[in-house]
Design a protein around this ligand. Structure first.
Ligand code: HEM
Length: 254
């Protein structure tokens, strides 16, 4: 085989490898597909008290958010309660059953209860949503406008909000939460801290690594991407090695 042909094959293999490896990483805005990928979101708040994660990214108009619990029931976030306990919080909650996400735009119409925005005269402002569930837990992802112009939603601006986090081990959205926590988060600056409502003392924090791999839920998609990345890496290394072995030997016989 000619040296130029070999070099061409090597170049193509290397390019293919880079293209495929880079396709495993997401650029731009998060994709609402029910999976949290490495570096998909710009911000990550980890609540270590209840072992729940909140990921989010803003664009000029929208917030993209992912919630993850290590349980198989409903999971939710409530923003800016104005009264006692949950009262007045702008809530989004959902669960995954038989591979299908059910998600609701709610409002806490009492200290200890919540209802659909639509039932209260508002609207459903969830623009996109997806979820996944396996033995390790639940992920729900959604996109909504920063300012939905619905009086049952909070218009998000650059300030700190009290945030309610909770999840359950059942899919019944009217069931009480065995896990609950409160945090203070500024969604614009990415700053946040835990309010230790039960004085348990283990709090939560904004995670700067932005790398959820260590405890992310393995999914078919994740596994396929890892396989693809590994395969292209092997092909690339094999291509370069073969070329390096053959080119010096044959180079002089052209
Ligand atoms: C129908 C479902 C729900 C019921 C029956 C319920 C009930 C209650 C009750 C009775 C309390 C006061 C007692 C306590 O602190 O444990 C409470 C507090 C709390 N709930 Fe809920 N809740 C529901 C849904 C939610 C959702 C969806 C969230 C999160 C988005 C949430 C987050 C919280 C938090 C963080 C607190 C503590 C607030 C504080 O102490 O400042 N709850 N809930």
């Amino acid at each position: 085989m000619k040296k130029s042909t070999l070099m061409g094959i090597t170049a193509v293999l290397t390019l293919l490898s880079f293209a495929s490896v880079s396709s495993a990483f997401y650029e731009g805005m998060p994709s609402i597909d029910g999976q949290i990928q490495n570096d998909e979101y710009q911000n990550h708040y980890k609540d270590s008290k209840i072992n729940m994660d909140v990921y989010w990214t803003l664009d000029e108009e929208n917030i993209y958010m992912a919630l993850r619990s290590h349980s198989k029931g409903w999971i939710g976030i409530g923003i800016d309660p104005t009264g006692s306990l949950m009262q007045g919080a702008d809530i989004i909650l959902g669960y995954v059953k038989d591979g299908k996400l059910s998600i609701e735009d709610n409002f806490a119409n009492s200290a200890v209860n919540h209802a659909l925005d639509t039932a209260l005269g508002g609207k459903n402002d969830i623009l996109e949503s997806a979820g996944s569930e396996n033995d390790k837990g639940t992920v729900i992802e959604f996109k909504r406008k920063l300012n939905t112009a619905d009086s049952f939603d909070r218009a998000l601006t650059d300030r700190e909000y009290k945030v309610l986090l909770a999840y359950s081990d059942t899919d019944d959205l009217t069931s009480y939460h065995p896990a609950k926590s409160t945090a203070f988060i500024n969604f614009f600056s990415g700053k946040g801290q835990n309010e230790d409502i039960d004085n348990v003392g283990n709090g939560g924090s904004i995670v700067k690594t932005q790398n959820p791999t260590t405890d992310s839920i393995p999914t078919e998609k994740n596994r396929f991407q890892s396989f693809l990345t590994m395969l292209t890496g092997i092909i690339s290394i094999a291509g370069v090695t073969i070329a390096l072995l053959i080119i010096p030997e044959r180079g002089g016989n052209e």
